[in-house]
Design a protein around this ligand. Structure first.
Ligand code: DX5
Ligand code: ZN
Length: 214
């Protein structure tokens, strides 16, 4: 399977989201970063905006919840039309129940871990989720540089996943330079924010990332 590209709109023009979505229509997903100003020191968009994006997006929506109370809110994002909902293991109180609640709303469920959370912590959730997200920066902001240790963490997660139908996603600092190593380490889905929306031609950048991953 070729690597999938999920551009993050965090560095897009928030006053022109529909137009920005059109510029990345050749990607596989659109990655939507929801931040609550508590779990991470930044605040972005929430449920009403995600609901509307899910209605008009040419791409399936990949919602990344960086919030303190995913148990309460994540199923609402699934009900709002998100194709995939990612919660942070560090924030979830009952991750098995939460993953099941997301799936019950018809979305794919994914679990994310921060750079210092042991990869082994996701092992007992692998039957409950469709994707594991390895953060390759501390979450909160776009444009940070890739933490190299993430490559070994991807490889470890890949081994744990084994033959299960669980995708492996990486988020943070992915660009043409880091993508060959990210793909070689086993990532199935690469999130790229500033690399795509900082480029003059986002569609060309998506092609370049696909090429770099080959
Ligand atoms: C970081 C977000 C990422 C971010 C990626 O907390 O979860 O999705 O937008 O941006 P880049 O690709 O610029 O690191
Ligand atoms: Zn993200």
């Amino acid at each position: 399977m070729p690597v999938e590209i999920s551009p993050s709109i965090l560095t897009a023009d928030f006053a022109n989201l529909e137009r920005e979505l059109g510029r990345i229509a050749s990607a596989d997903w659109v990655h939507l970063d929801v931040m609550d100003g508590h779990f991470v020191p930044n605040l972005t968009i929430g449920l009403p905006v995600i609901r509307r994006i899910a209605q008009i997006s040419p791409l399936p929506t990949d919602v990344h919840l960086m919030i303190d109370n995913p148990d309460g809110f994540a199923p609402q994002y699934a009900a709002a039309g998100a194709a995939s909902v990612t919660f942070h293991l560090e924030a979830a109180r009952a991750p098995v129940r939460l993953a099941r609640a997301i799936r019950a709303e018809g979305a794919k469920a994914a679990v994310a871990i921060n750079p210092a959370t042991p990869v082994a912590a996701v092992e007992d959730l692998l039957e409950e989720v469709d994707m594991v997200l390895i953060m390759s920066v501390e979450p909160g902001f776009g444009g940070q540089s890739f933490i190299e240790r993430s490559l070994a963490r991807l490889e470890q997660a890949k081994r744990l996943i084994g033959a299960r139908p669980v995708k492996l996603q990486i988020d943070g600092g992915a660009d043409r330079g880091t993508t060959p190593r990210i793909a070689a380490a086993g990532a199935d889905v690469i999130v790229a924010g500033s690399a795509v929306f900082g480029a003059a031609d986002p569609a060309a950048e998506i092609r370049a990332l696909r090429e770099a991953a080959r």
